[in-house]
Design a protein around this ligand. Structure first.
Ligand code: F6R
Length: 613
C-alpha cells in the first residue's frame, strides 16, 4: 500500500527521501514522487512505475547543487485507489498556489463534495485523487500558520489518513498527522524523519514516536511537537525501535521472501522461547492478561483476520476445540465487522494480523470492543494500531517481514495460536500429560522447519515440473486443510498461476470437474487422523488423470505409493504438522515463481499492509 517519507535535517534530503522510498517498496505500489524546495519554490517530480525510475528522473532533471543542498522534503509511493497509476495521480499533490505539497495514505471518503465546493471557489484540479482535494483544502485554510491550516482541513474530512505536509511558506517544518493510517516519527541527531513504516527510520535512529489517531505533529530538525486537532498538546512517549538495519536488508538472499522463509527456525524460536512451561505442561503468555477464572468461564473463541492471517486462525480453530474443548470460530474480518455479530463478555475475540494495521481487522476489533467482548491480538509489528487498541495479546517477535507474501509471520502465528490453545486447554480440561506432549512438539518446531529447509533442492525440482502449469489444486484435511489454502494463496500471489485450496473431501462436490490429464494436485497427506481418507481422495484425482505431488510424513511408503512425486516432511504432533507442511509449500511457490521470472517480493497489484477496506 501507499508509503510516506518526510525528512528534515542535516543530511541531503533528496538522498534520504529516495532511500526511504526504497525501504517502502516491499509494501507494493505503482507510482512514486518527491517534493523539495528549490530556492523557495516547490519542486515536485513524480512518475508511474518504480522508485528507481523516480530516482533517475530526479538525478537527470534537478540541478546537481540542489541534490546536495536540499535539507527537507516529502516523498511517497502510491498504490492506486482513486484513479489510474499515472504521473498526475501520483503524490505529492500541490494546493492551488503550488506552495503547499502533501502526501497521503488512506482514503478521504467525502472528497467529492469537498472538491465540488473548492471548484465552485475557483480551484483547478489536475488529478482524479482524493489527496489533491486535501492539499487544496489545506491551502484554502492557510492564513499564515501551516499547522492550523492542516487542523482546519482535517476537521472537514471523513475517512482515513496518514499525511505529511511541506510548504515553501514554512520551510523549517513538516506537518504530519494520522487517523487510521500509521505515522511514525523518528528523532535522530539533528534530523527528524516522518514515515508510514518504521523500516524507513532504523537507518537514522531507533528513537520514535508513534502518532495516535487525530494527532498532528509539528516536525522540525531538532524537535517534535504533538497536538490534537484542536491545538491541545498531547504527550506521546518516545519508544525504542527493536529492529536493526540488517533485518531490513536482504542479507545475501536473492529475495526477501527467500530470506524470510529461511529465517523461520530463528523466528519461530523467538516466538516460542520462554513461553512453554514444561512443569505444568502449559504455556506462559502474560500478554494475554487473563485470570484462571476468565479462562475457565470462557464460552467461545472467535478469530478474525484476512488472507494468510485468516488461514493461521483456521489452524488455531482445530487447536482450541481439541485442546480447550471450547467452541472456536474463524471469520473474515471484513465480514465480521458488518455482520452485527452476537458477542458477550465471555467471548474471546482474537485479532490476527502480521502488520497490525489491516483496516478490516482493525474495524473488527472496534466492533468486538463495542459489543463488550474480551478482545486480544496476535500481531508481529510492535506498537501497531491493532496491538495498541487491543491492549492485550501476544507479539510474534518474528522480526520484520518485508516480502509482500507472508511466510514467517504465518508459521509464527500458528505456533502462538497453538500455545494460546495449550494455555486455555490447561486452564480447562487438558491433562498435564497431553499438555506436555504438545509443549514438546511446539518446542521442536524450529528443528522440524530446518529439516524441511534442507530439502530445498528437492523442492526446487518439484517446482520445476510445474513452471508451465496454469492451474493447480491443493488439498488437505484437518489442520492440513488450512495449510492447503495457504499453499494455494502463496502460489497464486507470487507465480500468478491460478491455484485453489480445497478440503480433500470437497473436491468431488464440484471442483473435480476441472481436473484433466496432467493437472497438478498438491496433496497434503501427512500421517494425521484422516490421512487414509485423503489418500482415497488422491485416488479420485488420479482416476481423472491428475498429476499428484504429495507431501507425506517421513518414511510413509504407503502414502508415497499414491503419489506421482513426493516430498517427505518430519513427523510431529498432528496439530503442529501444518507448520512444516506450510514451509514446504512456501519454498515450492517461491521456486515456481522464480523459475517463471516473476517479481517475487512485490507481486503485481498486491500490498503488504492493506489499510483500506
Ligand atoms: C498473503 C498476505 C496477506 C495478509 C493479509 C492480512 O501472503 O500476506 O494475505 O496476510 O493482507 O495482513 P495482516 O496479517 O497484516 O493483517
Amino acid at each position: 500500500m501507499c508509503g510516506i517519507v518526510g525528512y528534515i535535517g542535516k543530511q541531503g534530503a533528496v538522498g534520504a527521501l529516495i532511500k526511504g522510498l526504497r525501504k517502502l517498496e516491499y509494501r507494493g505500489y505503482d507510482s512514486a514522487g518527491v517534493a523539495v524546495l528549490d530556492g523557495g519554490a516547490m519542486l515536485v517530480t513524480k512518475t508511474p512505475g518504480k522508485v528507481a525510475a523516480l530516482s533517475e528522473r530526479v538525478r537527470a532533471e534537478w540541478p546537481a547543487e540542489l541534490l546536495a543542498s536540499a535539507r527537507a522534503g516529502i516523498a511517497h509511493t502510491r498504490w492506486a485507489t482513486h484513479g489510474l497509476p499515472t504521473q498526475s495521480n501520483a503524490h505529492p499533490h500541490l494546493d492551488e498556489t503550488g506552495r503547499i505539497a502533501l502526501v497521503h495514505n488512506g482514503i478521504i471518503e467525502n472528497y467529492r463534495p469537498l472538491r465540488a465546493r473548492l471548484e465552485a471557489k475557483g480551484h483547478h484540479f489536475h488529478s482524479e485523487t482524493d489527496t489533491e482535494v486535501l492539499a487544496h483544502l489545506v491551502g484554502e485554510f492557510f492564513s499564515g500558520d501551516l499547522f492550523q491550516a492542516v487542523c482546519s482541513a482535517l476537521h472537514q474530512v471523513e475517512g482515513t489518513f496518514g499525511i505529511a505536509v511541506f510548504s515553501s511558506l514554512e520551510p523549517d517544518r513538516i506537518i504530519a498527522a494520522r487517523r487510521g493510517s500509521p505515522i511514525v516519527v523518528g528523532m535522530g541527531d539533528g534530523e527528524t524523519i516522518v514515515a508510514s513504516d518504521a523500516s524507513v527510520i532504523v537507518a537514522h535512529t531507533h528513537r520514535v514516536i508513534f502518532l495516535d489517531d487525530n494527532d498532528v505533529a509539528v516536525v522540525k530538525a531538532d524537535s517534535v511537537d504533538v497536538r490534537d486537532l484542536d491545538n491541545v498538546p498531547v504527550n506521546r512517549a518516545v519508544a525504542e525501535l527493536g529492529m536493526d538495519v540488517e533485518s531490513a536488508e536482504k542479507g545475501g538472499y536473492e529475495h526477501f521472501m527467500l530470506k524470510e522463509i529461511h529465517e523461520q527456525p530463528e523466528a519461530l524460536g523467538n516466538a516460542i522461547r520462554g513461553r512453554l512451561d514444561f512443569a505444568l505442561g502449559s504455556a506462559v503468555l502474560s500478554g494475554m492478561n487473563t485470570s484462571p477464572r476468565e479462562l475457565a468461564e470462557l464460552k467461545r473463541v472467535i478469530m478474525v483476520g484476512c488472507g494468510t492471517s485468516l488461514h493461521a486462525g483456521l489452524v488455531g480453530e482445530y487447536a482450541f476445540e481439541e485442546l480447550a474443548g471450547v467452541n472456536a470460530e474463524v471469520e473474515q474480518a471484513a465480514e465480521f465487522r458488518y455482520r452485527n455479530p452476537i458477542l458477550g463478555s465471555r467471548d474471546f475475540v482474537i485479532a490476527i494480523s502480521q502488520s497490525g494495521e489491516t483496516a478490516d481487522t482493525l474495524a473488527a476489533v472496534r466492533e468486538a470492543h463495542q459489543k463488550g467482548a474480551f478482545v486480544m491480538s496476535l500481531c508481529n509489528v510492535v506498537g501497531s494500531t491493532i496491538a495498541r487498541e487491543t491492549g492485550r495479546g501476544v507479539y510474534l517477535h518474528a522480526g520484520p517481514e518485508i516480502s509482500v507474501a507472508s511466510t514467517k509471520a504465518f508459521t509464527s502465528q500458528v505456533a502462538v495460536l497453538l500455545m494460546m490453545a495449550l494455555k486455555l486447554g490447561r486452564g480447562r480440561r487438558l491433562s498435564r500429560e497431553h499438555g506436555l506432549e504438545l509443549a514438546r512438539a511446539i518446542e521442536s518446531i524450529p528443528e522440524l522447519v530446518t529439516r524441511v529447509l534442507v530439502q530445498d533442492d528437492r523442492i526446487r525440482a518439484l517446482a520445476a515440473g510445474c513452471v508451465r502449469d496454469e492451474h493447480a489444486y491443493f488439498i488437505g484435511r484437518g489442520p492440513l486443510y488450512p495449510a492447503a489454502l495457504e499453499g494455494a494463496l502463496k502460489l497464486k500471489e507470487i507465480s500468478y498461476i491460478h491455484a485453489e485450496g480445497y478440503h480433500a473431501a470437497e473436491l468431488k462436490h464440484g471442483p473435480i470437474a476441472l481436473l484433466s490429464k496432467g493437472t497438478p494436485v498438491i496433496a497434503l497427506a501427512c500421517d494425521i487422523p484422516g490421512k487414509d481418507k485423503t489418500l482415497g481422495n488422491v485416488e479420485e484425482c488420479r482416476a481423472r488423470g491428475a498429476r499428484i505431488i504429495g507431501v507425506v510424513s517421513e518414511g510413509d511408503g504407503e502414502a508415497a505409493e499414491h503419489m506421482d512425486e513426493c516430498l517427505e516432511i518430519p513427523r510431529t504432533h498432528p496439530l503442529v504438522t501444518a507448520i512444516p507442511a506450510a514451509v514446504a509449500l512456501q519454498l515450492f511457490s517461491y521456486h515456481v515463481a522464480r523459475l517463471r521470472g516473476c517479481e517475487i517480493d512485490q507481486p503485481r497489484n498486491l500490498a503488504k499492509s492493506v489499510t483500506v477496506e
